[in-house]
Design a protein around this ligand. Structure first.
Ligand code: UDP
Length: 252
């Protein structure tokens, strides 16, 4: 196999140069990390599930006209995506209080929010991705006012889409994180949804039982992470026929 040029290795994914200029191969690893990588493990099959699920969500976004980086899935662990300049913000949308927001504001986990709340964190692991305001974003030039309008609109469209898809399979979308990339087309620039959308970056609760089907299973030691992600994949019809992500034969 030809050697590929690695562009970047993150906690859950590795990026390689793609076959055409302006493309990137995104490889989904089995590594799981939480609490700014203080907790780490390898969860066999997680990368396969996230690759398939992110493909499913990005294709859905494309179908309803929400621009995103996804081009096509290459194999069980890799997808071809459009290269973009990542805006250094984690864009979080919340429908129900949980996680850091519950801690910060003393709101009990599970409290329905009166409207979706969008938060921004500055992407810097050494600082622990601190929450920032639009004032910081403008003052430090991370994004312009026009960018922020576009980012808010993308985030709310993704929220409506993901909430609806999840509702259809009996799952509540509590919150999620997306990343936004900038692409250049001639003299114009455009913002698109990038990175991944998967149970690693969402909170998903079963509507009837409240069972957690997301990375909190790993963060809080609640059982098997692949069982949880497989349940999401099965309900959405994303899991390949007869496949269990644990089978190494699937990984090529
Ligand atoms: N999230 C993420 N990556 C991060 C931080 C948060 O994907 O680096 C997701 C997380 O899975 C959850 C949402 O963003 O769905 C809100 O996370 P929160 O701020 O509550 O932080 P946490 O409790 O995960 O530390």
């Amino acid at each position: 196999m030809a050697r590929r040029t690695k562009i970047y290795e993150g906690k859950a994914k590795t990026l390689f140069e793609g076959p055409e200029p302006g493309t990137i191969v995104q490889y989904f690893k089995d590594d799981a990390t939480a609490f700014n990588a203080e907790k780490k493990d390898v969860i066999e099959g997680k990368g396969v599930l996230n690759n398939m699920l992110s493909e499913y969500f990005m294709n859905g976004l494309t179908a309803i006209g929400v621009p995103n980086h996804f081009i096509k899935r290459l194999n069980m662990r890799e997808q071809l995506v459009r290269a973009c300049e990542i805006i250094p913000l984690e864009v979080i949308v919340r429908n129900t209080a949980a996680g850091s927001m519950s801690k910060r504001l003393g709101i009990e986990e599970g409290t329905a929010l009166p409207r979706p709340i969008v938060e921004y964190c500055y992407k810097d692991d050494s600082l622990g991705d601190p929450l920032v305001s639009e004032e910081h974003i403008a003052a430090f030039g991370w994004a312009s006012q026009q960018d922020m309008d576009d980012i808010l609109s993308l985030a709310l469209r993704v929220n409506d889409f993901m909430s609806g898809v999840m509702y259809g399979v009996g799952i509540k979308l509590v919150d999620f994180k997306i990343e936004i990339g900038r692409v250049y087309e001639g003299d114009f620039q455009r913002l698109i949804v990038a990175d991944e959308i998967s149970p690693d970056s969402c909170r998903l609760w079963d509507m009837e039982t409240g069972q957690k089907l997301d990375k909190d299973v790993f963060r809080r030691d609640l059982g098997s992470l692949t069982d949880a992600y497989s349940e999401v994949a099965k309900r959405l019809g994303v899991m390949p026929k007869g496949a269990t992500p644990m089978k190494p034969t699937l990984i090529n």
